[in-house]
Design a protein around this ligand. Structure first.
Ligand code: R5P
Length: 256
């Protein structure tokens, strides 16, 4: 890996802990004004607590303070909406744009076992080819269709394929036997939070994922849809970077 990729990755993964708390706020790219993100002003107080913001260029340009210290990981895929065929994604944002926006990484989804798996995986390969020319790390997101099992066998398959195609890190969902997913993937794995669940459960999932070898989170709804989003991101940080237990983190979440 060259200096540029390593240097950008160190803006996403805290060099002191080797882990990351990414705040995912890209949901609008196919869901429109998602609960909690309708007014992006709600996100602003959370940004300083994130190592990296996972965001589209549209929200970045219009809603985020360019003076932020938080690094940017840019979602560069899209196409379909929730009303269409979700797997039908392509690359929507150029590498030139990612560099102009001073992104520290770019991310796109692949749809393993779904209608457009071959095209989305080939697109990942093309994105990696281009990104490596400019020293830009690529995050592959293993999107899971409604009918797919979220188990270690399937998620392990999807993560391994993403790494084999060249992704520098991978985002997937937590599952039982998550250590098997991590062990089978030669690049860092971070977890998405998924649908909103009670804070206690989301914090327990974070603790379990870190213990199983996850390199952090790229979490959205379980932070910005919480009744105390700042408390929640601080709590998640404590688990990821300080090795706090879910029980200890819950006390941080409860503080107003
Ligand atoms: C999908 O909409 C995006 O890739 C999200 O960034 C990802 O699912 C993480 O967000 P959440 O924690 O809400 O699942």
């Amino acid at each position: 890996m060259d200096f540029g990729i390593k240097n950008r990755l160190s803006r996403i993964f805290n060099p002191k802990t080797g882990k990351t708390v990414m705040l995912a706020v890209d949901h609008g790219y196919f869901q429109g004004p998602t609960t909690g993100l309708r007014d992006m002003k709600n996100v602003i107080p959370l940004v300083p607590y994130a190592d990296s913001l996972f965001v589209t260029r549209g929200v970045l340009r219009n809603c985020i303070d360019p003076k932020t210290d938080t690094s940017i990981c840019l979602r560069v895929s899209g196409g379909p909406s929730i009303l269409g065929e979700l797997t039908n994604e392509d690359i929507t944002t150029s590498m030139e744009e990612a560099i102009r926006l001073n992104a520290s990484g770019v991310g796109m989804s692949i749809f393993v076992g779904a209608p457009n798996e071959d095209r989305t995986i080939a697109n990942l390969g093309r994105l990696v080819n281009e990104a490596e020319r400019y020293g830009m790390p690529v995050l592959a997101i293993t999107a899971v269709g409604k009918d797919m099992a979220r188990d270690a066998r399937y998620l392990g398959l999807a993560c391994r394929i993403a790494a084999e195609i060249g992704a520098h890190f991978v985002k997937t969902y937590y599952c039982d036997d998550f250590h098997k997913v991590v062990e089978g993937c030669p690049v860092p794995v971070v977890i998405a939070g998924g649908k909103k669940i009670p804070e206690t459960d989301a914090l327990q999932m974070t603790e379990d994922a870190i213990k199983a070898g996850a390199s952090g989170v790229d979490m959205g709804r379980n932070i910005f849809q919480s009744d105390n989003p700042v408390g929640m991101i601080k709590a998640v940080r404590a688990i990821v970077h300080k090795g706090a237990s879910a029980k200890e983190a819950l006390e941080i979440y409860k503080k107003r």
